[in-house]
Design a binder for this molecule. Structure first.
Ligand code: SF4
Length: 400
């Protein structure tokens, strides 16, 4: 990092995550990388009094540069990579008649499945979330191409939820004590950090990404931030892979909406034909569909799950409307779909930087190298929870 700040010296007592992020940024020995999620850019402006749904991507980039971040990358790029990996994985499972497959990019959903329904873990896609894909590439691909030492890279991610903090410290995603993602800041925390540094987002001239490796994204990557987005992005790419040409109608409006559980039939053509898909958001609807799958009463090939009602556009780390999530989430979602509609490239497989990543580094989607780096596994954590509950119970009974 190139320090352009007065580093806080622990004056606030307990060190919080923003201080750790600043410590990394201020350390001249380290290369700090920041990534921010698809939903963050449409919710962050509200922290500085801008209208809901204002796209502040350019101001976030400018703010990162102002505080001395070395490399600003985009989680949207990693969303495109997730589609390449998850889409290929899904195709293989469809060909083998394995159904359904659940998405794996929401860590709150992963926790929920591991703790409450471990028997369904084999149905979850093994592809890491966009946050972890980006972090992994930032510590392997980026150093190789930029000629920097991987152990000097620190990844700070700005995310819409606290579940991403929990994800960053999953034992599967920490190697020899070194996490893939070093610090996760929620949108709220990042706003606090900027305010403490005297930066008002409204005063910043929007900037643009300049990293040639991992900052370009397609419209498909952008819509990951809303319920139905991962499904739509996946269908666009799988259709093209199966048929050798693009979908004629890129906007899959039948997959969009705000109902807690939605389903649709999509014709993927070729050998695959029609598939049944479902999209659920909010844990109530998630529980219902999981119960139906376990009871053999749900007939789906691919199920997208987002723990937050509305998806990441109303994640728990951003400002939320007190009474109803809809007004803020709707405005943010509208901007996300506008970004997609006006994007030059709208399918993950057409992202030039994604093509380069596979050509120069990963070889192919689901290759051995891609598997080693971009896939993970899940564990039955029911007993861990029972243990925690027992400890809490023992504490209560001992102290009374
Ligand atoms: Fe985080 Fe909510 Fe998005 Fe899940 S749906 S990744 S919990 S913001």
């Amino acid at each position: 990092g190139q320090c352009v700040l007065v580093c806080p010296t622990g004056a606030l007592g307990e060190r919080d995550e923003t201080e750790r992020a600043l410590d990394y940024i201020c350390d001249p020995d380290l290369t700090t990388v920041v990534q921010f999620a698809p939903a963050v850019r449409v919710a962050f402006g509200e922290e500085f009094g801008m209208p809901a749904g204002t796209n502040v991507e350019g101001q976030i980039i400018a703010a990162c540069r102002k505080i001395g971040v070395d490399v600003v990358l985009d989680t949207n790029f990693a969303a495109d990579v997730v589609i390449m990996e998850e889409g290929t994985e899904l195709l293989g499972r469809l060909k083998r008649g394995q159904r359904p497959t659940f998405t794996s990019c929401c860590p709150a959903w992963i926790n929920f499945a591991e703790i409450h329904y471990p028997d369904i873990l084999p149905l979850l896609s093994s592809t890491k979330s966009p946050q972890q894909v980006l972090s992994t590439m930032a510590k392997t691909y980026l150093p190789e191409k930029m000629g920097i030492a991987p152990e000097k890279v620190r990844v700070i991610s700005i995310m819409p939820c606290t579940a991403k903090k929990d994800e960053a410290v999953r034992p599967q995603l920490v190697h020899d004590g070194l996490p893939e993602t070093d610090v996760v800041l929620t949108t709220r925390e990042f706003a606090r950090l900027l305010r403490r540094e005297g930066i008002d987002l409204k005063d910043l001239e929007p900037s643009t990404f300049d990293n040639p490796l991992m900052s370009e994204y397609s419209g498909a990557g952008a819509i990951f931030g809303t319920t139905g987005g991962v499904m739509e992005a996946a269908v666009r790419t799988i259709y093209a892979v199966v048929n050798g040409h693009e979908l004629e109608q890129i906007d899959l409006t039948q997959l969009r909406g705000f109902e807690g559980a939605r389903s649709a039939t999509v014709d993927l053509g070729g050998q695959i034909g029609e598939v049944k898909v479902a999209m659920v958001h909010g844990l109530g609807d998630t529980r219902a569909i999981v119960e139906a799958v376990r009871a053999g009463e749900a007939d789906f090939d691919f199920i997208e799950v987002m723990a937050c009602p509305g998806g990441c556009v109303d994640g728990g780390g951003s400002l939320r409307s007190k009474r109803a999530y809809l007004p803020l989430a709707m405005a943010r979602r509208k901007t996300i779909y506008d970004v997609d509609r006006t994007a030059r490239v709208r399918q993950s497989h057409n992202n030039e930087q994604v093509k380069t990543l596979y050509r120069d580094f990963l070889e192919a989607p689901n290759s051995r190298k891609a598997h080693d780096l971009l896939h993970t596994h899940y564990t039955d954590r029911r007993r861990e929870m029972e243990h925690t509950v027992k400890e809490i119970w023992d504490d209560i009974t001992m102290s009374t």
